[in-house]
Design a protein around this ligand. Structure first.
Ligand SMILES: [Zn+2]
Length: 359
């Protein structure tokens, strides 16, 4: 039971931040309720303005937003019922609360508590940016690889082997397994105040899953290698061009049935000056790329280069295809011709990042 901040009566009727207000005061002493709200807003905004970029303040910010999320009692009850784990201790509750605060949209508002928090309070832009990042934590199952001083840990995702520098006051030792979400903060990751520690039995189960996952990836890499060599055998190159989508698709169909040992052994010749490319990438698969032929002719200086067109194609081409083309020295030559920029191996990536964010 809380205490009404205005009259002192026991109550849980209404909440303003961490304060309770009884129903009587809520209805009849609106001026004081408003004052309380302003007071709280000032207090919260003062602490938001005082934040720095160190990890402790990152944790503090998570706590401030969590506290705001606690106002939505009814939705917390609903969310707990739907939650995929049972919340049997405090640690687990904080893991749940992070999910509730940053990821789950409130049924009544269609927004996460974190989004409502950003609407309610004024804060420096960089703080708002970081709250937005909390909404997309890294999810995974991690092994603690190294314990560093000052509550820092190197953890590794057991599935994709990516390593993260994790910060948080939590008792972990080398070889422990932890799960759920870690939250980006500047150039490190935060535990969010709690993290699920797994039993050896759980860990074994996850490791087995990881192993199967790896096998699956290996299998698909092998399969792709096989497709690539068949493609080369059939077309004589990995990027034949055709003059219409229809003829490209037709060629692709015939190749597929030939590769699978079905009908037709007849190889289809490419049409030398076509625009539609069928590009087979050694590890990513087969792509039909509409402007491939023209772009390549521009690269080779066989067709006049046009800046607008080149830029459009560089943006739209599937990533593995353009990435592979960029390894050709003619790619840098084309950039120089149309953008007037001298591109070397060292600055190519910087230039491409400006054109496409996925580079
Ligand atoms: Zn009251």
């Amino acid at each position: 039971m809380g205490i009404c901040r205005i009259c002192g009566k026991p109550t849980t009727s209404h909440r303003i931040g961490a304060y309770f207000v009884c129903h009587d005061c809520w209805e009849k002493r609106k001026g004081e309720v408003e004052k309380l709200r302003t007071e709280l807003k000032k207090k919260v905004e003062a602490s938001l303005n005082a934040l720095t970029k160190n990890e402790k303040d990152g944790m503090k910010l998570m706590g401030i937003v969590q506290k705001f999320a606690l106002n939505f009692d009814d939705e917390i009850k609903t969310a707990l019922k739907e939650y995929r784990y049972s919340v049997e201790d405090e640690n687990r509750f904080i893991v749940f609360l992070n999910y509730f605060t940053f990821e789950r949209e409130l049924e009544s508002r269609g927004k996460t508590p974190a989004e409502l928090f950003m609407e309610e309070y004024d804060m420096p832009d960089w703080v708002a940016e970081n709250i937005k990042k909390f909404q997309t934590p890294v999810k995974g199952f991690f092994e603690v690889k190294e314990v560093l001083p000052q509550s820092r840990f190197i953890v590794q995702d057991i599935f994709n082997k990516k390593e993260y520098l994790l910060c948080g006051e939590i008792n972990l030792k080398k070889g422990d397994f932890i799960g759920d979400e870690i939250y980006p903060w500047e150039d490190v990751y935060l535990t969010g105040g709690a993290i699920s520690l797994y039993t050896d039995e759980d860990a074994e189960k996850f490791l087995k899953m990881a192993e199967e996952f790896e096998k699956l990836i290996e299998k698909s890499i092998e399969k792709q290698k096989e497709v690539y060599s068949k493609f080369l055998e059939y077309f004589g190159k990995d990027d034949p061009v055709f003059d219409s989508i229809d003829s490209a698709e037709d060629a692709l169909d015939k190749f597929t049935s030939w590769m699978e040992g079905g009908e037709g052994g007849k190889k289809i010749e490419e049409e030398k000056e076509g625009d539609i490319g069928i590009v087979c990438h050694p590890s990513s698969g087969i792509y039909v790329v509409p402007d491939y032929g023209k772009f390549k002719r521009m690269m080779e200086g066989r067709e006049a280069a046009d800046r607008e067109y080149a830029e459009k194609i560089m943006k739209e081409m599937p990533y593995p295809v353009i990435k592979k083309l960029s390894e050709d020295k003619n790619f840098a030559k084309l950039i120089k011709e149309v953008f007037g920029k001298d591109i070397t191996e060292e600055n190519l990536d910087d230039f491409m990042k400006k054109i496409r964010p996925d580079w």
